[in-house]
Design a protein around this ligand. Structure first.
Ligand code: 2RA
Length: 330
C-alpha cells in the first residue's frame, strides 16, 4: 500500500511518520510530500531514506491513501486532485470538517459512518477529538443534554513558531519571532484562532459544531472557552456535562475505564490526576477529577488531557487509515 504524507516536514507531519512507524502500518511505499523548498530532502522511515516530492509528483504516483497536514488552503486545492486520481485523503485541516458531504471521524466514536465512497475524510480538531472520546460512552449510557468546556491548550497546537516564542521568553529573549499578540510565558491567552461575529473564536465554534457532527446528535448543546497556556505536552480540558438521566460516579469511572483509548487517572487521595507532562507522546485520552457537580442535578465534572499532536492529530489520522484498511474500505 502506497501512503503519502502531505506536509511531511511539518510538526504534525513529522509525528504522523513516527506514528506510522510505531504502529507498523502496512505500507509498501512512503511518499513524503512538502513544498518546493523541501523537495529532495531525505526522510528516514523504518531505516530507509525517502526523498520528499512535490504535490504534482505525488499525485502522479497515485498513492492509496494521503494523510494531509498542510493547511486548509492546500487541502482545498489538492485533496480533490488526489481523490480524482483514486487516492483516499484523510485531512487534518478544518477545510472539509463541516462540509455535509464529508465525514468527520474519530474511529472509536463514529468509524461506522465511513464507506468505500469516502475519498476525502476530515480529521477533527484536536481539542474536539479528546473530548468526544470521553463523551461518547457516557452519551450512550446517560444521554448528554449539555456540555460546558474550558480548554487549556498547548503552544504546540499553534506550531513551531509558538514553541520558539515561549522558549525564547523563558530565556529572557523578548525580540524573537511572535506567534501570538502577547507574551505566552507566565501568561495565558483566552483566544485561539480569530474571533467570529458571535464573540466566540473559531476554535470554540469548532468544538461546538464538530462535537455534534461526530456524536451524530444536534440536540447536544455545547459551549466552549478555549485558552492558550505555556505548556508542551498536550491539551487539557475542564468539562461539565449535564445528562438527561441521573448517573453514578463509580459507574462513570467504570464505563470510562472500559472504554478503548481512555485511561482513567483518578485517585485524589494520592494526588493522581491527568497532566500534559504525563500525556506527552502517548496516544490515549486521560480522564480524571471525575466528580458530581453538586450545583446541578444529573451533572458531572471531569478533566480530560491528551497529546494534541498525537491523538489530537497524527494518531487519529493514522487510526482512520487503519480503520479503512481493517474494514476493506480502501
Ligand atoms: C490549536 N486546535 O490548538 C488548534 C489547532 N491545532 O491551535
Amino acid at each position: 500500500m502506497k501512503i503519502a504524507v502531505v506536509g511531511a516536514t511539518g510538526l504534525v507531519g513529522t509525528v504522523m511518520l513516527k506514528v506510522l512507524e510505531e504502529r507498523n502500518f502496512p505500507l509498501t511505499e512512503l511518499i513524503p510530500v512538502a513544498s518546493e523548498k523541501s523537495v529532495g530532502k531525505e526522510i528516514s522511515f523504518k531505516g530507509k531514506k525517502f526523498a520528499v516530492v512535490n504535490m504534482e509528483t505525488a499525485i502522479a504516483m497515485r498513492p492509496d491513501i494521503a494523510l494531509f497536514s498542510a493547511g486548509g488552503g492546500t487541502s482545498l486545492e489538492y485533496a480533490p486532485r488526489f481523490a480524482e486520481a483514486g487516492t483516499t485523503v484523510i485531512d487534518n485541516s478544518s477545510a472539509w470538517r463541516m462540509d455535509p458531504s464529508k465525514k468527520l471521524v474519530v474511529p472509536e466514536v463514529n468509524g461506522h459512518v465511513l464507506s468505500i465512497d469516502d475519498k476525502i475524510i476530515a480529521n477533527p480538531n484536536c481539542s474536539t477529538i479528546q473530548m468526544v472520546v470521553a463523551l461518547k460512552p457516557l452519551h450512550d449510557k446517560y444521554r448528554i443534554k449539555r456540555v460546558v468546556v474550558s480548554t487549556y491548550q498547548s503552544v504546540t497546537g499553534t506550531g513551531v513558531k509558538a514553541v520558539e516564542q515561549m522558549m525564547n521568553e523563558r530565556k529572557g529573549i523578548t525580540d524573537g519571532p511572535m506567534a501570538y499578540a502577547y507574551p505566552i510565558d507566565l501568561n495565558v491567552i483566552p483566544q485561539i484562532d480569530v474571533f467570529t461575529e458571535n464573540g466566540y473564536t473559531k476554535e470554540e465554534m469548532k468544538m461546538i459544531l464538530e462535537t455534534r457532527k461526530i456524536m451524530g446528535d444536534d440536540s447536544i448543546r455545547v459551549t466552549a472557552t478555549t485558552v492558550r497556556i505555556p505548556v508542551m505536552g498536550g491539551h487539557s480540558e475542564s468539562v461539565n456535562i449535564e445528562f438527561e438521566n441521573d448517573y453514578d460516579v463509580a459507574e462513570v469511572r467504570d464505563i470510562l475505564t472500559k472504554t478503548p483509548g481512555v485511561i482513567v487517572v483518578d485517585d485524589i487521595a494520592n494526588l493522581k490526576y491527568p497532566m500534559p507532562m504525563d500525556a506527552h507522546e502517548k496516544d490515549e485520552v486521560f480522564v480524571g477529577r471525575i466528580r458530581r457537580d453538586e450545583s446541578m442535578p444529573n451533572t458531572l465534572n471531569m478533566w480530560i488531557v491528551a497529546d494534541n499532536l498525537r491523538k489530537g492529530a497524527a494518531t487519529n489520522t493514522v487510526q482512520i487509515a487503519e480503520y479503512l484498511v481493517s474494514k476493506e474500505l480502501i
